[in-house]
Design a protein around this ligand. Structure first.
Ligand code: COA
Ligand code: MG
Length: 283
């Protein structure tokens, strides 16, 4: 999945609008976009939405409240019977959090509901990105967040004067990528909060796919088309991948070939095959 659009669960208007935004998944949010006083109402609205939504549209994902709040268990008990495709858990601090939520979903009879984690929102969570591997079979993706991490660190900002993430956030992003790949699940890039800045979003999405992320979070419908376009392999990418595979096939049983003056060895062949297989799955 390329694009995940956050929609506050207590906004009927945004829920209605989100469905038509073209996202691969909607994340109906019970956490940070909902005021404390509205948690109960948001939960009810999320369940009603899940029960009536057109399930042939985007995947429906539910973000519950964090495990250190009094809400998360009631969130799960309410939403699991309404069968979301996935549950997102914010502020996870290790694979143990996935196990806790995964076991609870099992006990609630949650079928094949997957789990995604926002895995970098506290300082402690950066030391444990390697623990997600093998944590629970439901784990489907890891993403990262720079806003809560900045708040946790007491930072004035998470970007420098040029608009680039500073060290702690670049580290969080990198560890999320590594932790997700090590766990065999999808690495999903975090949000781009300046939702009117389309060029900035596109540049950040391009940097993400270059490094290995397979999708990106969105907070506004206008961000979805940009994210989908960047994370859909273009004709030139596909043609290059086919040319790499063909070069190896022509060369016979060898580990290294040359293509247009560039050395290609086995990792490049793997990348080309992975790209074509991802493109085939997306169709
Ligand atoms: N999902 C669905 N619809 C959305 C939306 C979203 N995330 N964000 C905006 N819209 C709708 C608006 O309701 C508006 O609808 P209208 O044309 O019928 O009035 C339209 O898209 C244009 O919105 P716009 O006026 O540009 O933005 P806004 O000021 O209404 O909203 C935000 C800005 C940031 C408050 C809003 O985008 C939002 O709530 N985003 C999600 C926040 C979130 O979930 N955060 C938690 C994860 S980090
Ligand atoms: Mg948050």
């Amino acid at each position: 999945m390329r694009s995940f659009l956050f929609v506050p669960a207590d906004s009927e208007k945004k829920l209605a609008k989100g469905a038509g935004a073209g996202a691969d998944a909607l994340i109906v949010d019970l956490e940070d976009s909902v005021a404390l006083s509205n948690k109960e109402a948001a939960r009810k609205s999320a369940v009603a939405y899940l029960k009536t939504a057109d399930r042939t549209g985007p995947k429906l994902v539910l973000r519950i409240n964090a495990l250190d709040t009094p809400f998360w268990e009631a969130d799960l008990e309410a939403v699991v019977p309404a069968k979301p495709d996935m549950i997102v858990v914010p502020k996870t601090i290790s694979g143990a959090c996935v196990k806790k939520v995964g076991d609870r979903i099992d006990r609630l009879g949650g079928g094949d509901i997957g789990i995604g984690c926002v895995a970098t929102e506290t300082a402690a969570s950066l030391f444990t990105l390697g623990t997600y591997a093998g944590s629970h079979p439901r784990l489907a993706f890891l993403t990262w967040g720079a806003e809560d991490l900045a708040a946790a660190l007491g930072a004035r900002d998470n970007k420098d004067e040029q608009g680039n993430y500073t060290g702690p956030y670049r580290l969080a992003r990198t560890l999320t990528l590594l932790g997700a790949v090590a766990a065999g699940v999808a690495p999903i890039d975090g949000i781009y909060k300046d939702f009117r800045d389309e060029a900035g979003l596109e540049a950040e999405a391009r940097a993400a796919i270059r490094d290995g992320f397979t999708g990106k979070m969105a907070i506004h419908p206008a961000q979805v088309a940009i994210i989908n376009a960047v994370f859909t392999p273009g004709e030139a990418d596909l043609a290059h991948a086919r040319a790499v595979i063909e070069a190896f096939e022509k060369a016979g049983d060898v580990g290294v070939v040359a293509l247009d003056g560039v050395m290609l060895d086995i990792p490049h062949l793997k990348q080309a095959k992975a790209l074509l297989s991802r493109a085939a799955k997306a169709n």
